[in-house]
Write a protein that binds this ligand. Structure first.
Ligand code: SAH
Ligand code: SF4
Length: 380
């Protein structure tokens, strides 16, 4: 349970944990449902607003607990309706949350860690190094904040957020307990009542944790593939050296087969010009995914300064998509949203206090590159 000083933060408690909490303070379990509805359906963080909770209990709750969401540092709204919040978490770092409206859907992209230790070569979050795991309250707090900002409370009526994807900053399977607790609250009717098919966890491939996830919860799974062979994937997604493609894909297959119903794996594939966007890569991908029920989401690379990568041309993207499509795959290309507020995948920068010191090395490399560019410009 999330605590500051000696107060329990009720925001991050699952229904079961909330019932245990009320029992631990000598109260009836049904109080859990009442309080959860106030918090998640009505966006309340003040015990005095809970009109069906008697004054004595409200005072007792105030003495031993709190409802504390991360601090909102900024909220930006893009011309296309995309919204981005920067929130500060307890470690002092900032993370980002993005809301993307599309058709009748509203997808919230939620962060799980401040920074990321995994250092995928094309990801700006990876370049910032790792600072901290978010608490369950900080993960679900992003949903709470977004939901409140739409003024669509109660959350279950006139819902703005129909889908949640754990695709913000961080690797969700490396902050397992807190992410699973938060996803439970997202799907709970006392929480946000989002259907299990519409909550998606995206992973770069922490194979043993995929198996663990399958035993604990039923959410949609996305694998960040990015390369169709181990040699290339080792370079782009370094965790592949620990859990190579054969191992991670087997874990994904076990995960979706356990779900039983007609569920499929989402494959995310960031297209990098001349690196993984050639016909040979599409062919290898077709062979690799032949026996896996999946849908493929191609993400044209979103550039950031000194990444060393480029976005492929629209023709190259279409060519890649067509090859997969002809092999019978369901393939979509993710359009970039919220460009004017830097809200695209892999561009989430937050303000991470780096404990790995990776960002220092990255800044040093950038500096060298800038200096040499300056020199070249000067010599022209
Ligand atoms: N850590 C998890 C989830 C967060 S990243 C994961 O890696 O799956 C969400 C998606 O954005 C991942 O597929 C990631 O590889 C992709 N991504 C990261 N940087 C990107 C960039 N610069 N351009 C396009 N996609 C990027
Ligand atoms: Fe971490 Fe995902 Fe970025 Fe890789 S792509 S560095 S796992 S956030």
């Amino acid at each position: 349970m999330t605590q500051t000083a000696d107060k329990t933060n009720l925001l991050g408690l699952t229904q079961r944990q909330m019932e245990q909490f009320f029992e631990s303070i000598g109260e009836k379990r049904f109080r859990a449902g009442q309080v959860m509805k106030w918090i998640h359906h009505f966006g309340v963080d003040d015990f005095d607003a809970m009109s069906n909770v008697g004054k004595a209990l409200r005072e007792k709750l105030k003495a031993c607990s709190e409802i504390r969401s991360p601090e909102v540092v900024s909220e930006d709204i893009s011309s296309d309706g995309t919204r981005k919040w920067v929130v500060r978490v307890a470690s002092g770092s900032c993370v980002e949350t993005v809301y993307i409206p599309q058709g009748g859907r509203g997808t919230l992209c939620v962060s799980s860690q401040a920074g990321c230790a995994l250092d995928c070569s094309f990801c700006s979050t990876g370049k910032q190094g790792f600072n901290s795991d978010l608490t369950a309250a900080e993960v679900i707090g992003q949903v709470w904040i977004a939901n409140k900002s739409f003024g669509t409370v109660p959350a279950k009526i006139d819902r703005a957020i129909t889908n949640v994807v754990m695709m913000g900053m961080g690797e969700p399977l490396l902050n397992y307990d807190n992410v699973v607790a938060a996803m439970n609250i997202m799907m709970d009717d006392l929480g946000y009542g989002i259907s299990k098919r519409k909550v998606t966890l995206s992973t770069s491939g922490v194979a043993p944790m995929i198996d663990r996830l399958g035993g604990d919860i039923d959410v949609s799974l996305a694998l960040s593939l990015h390369a169709p062979n181990d040699e290339l994937r080792n370079k782009l997604v370094p965790i592949n050296r620990k859990y190579p493609l054969a191992v991670v894909l087997e874990a994904c297959k076990r995960y979706i087969s356990r779900l039983g119903e007609k569920r499929v794996l989402t494959i995310e594939y960031t297209l990098l010009k001349d690196v993984n966007d050639q016909p040979v890569h599409a062919e290898q991908m077709i062979a690799l995914l032949a026996k896996i029920p999946c849908k493929i989401n191609l993400i044209p690379f979103n550039p950031f300064p000194f990444s060393g990568y480029e976005r492929p041309s629209n023709n190259a993207i279409r060519r890649f998509q067509d090859l997969l499509h002809k092999a019978g795959h369901n393939v979509t290309v993710r359009t970039t949203r919220g460009e004017d507020i830097d809200a695209a995948c892999g561009q989430l920068v937050g303000q991470v206090m780096d404990r790995t010191r990776r960002s220092e090395r990255y800044i040093a490399v950038r500096q060298l590159a800038e200096d040499s560019q300056g020199r070249q410009a000067g010599s022209n």
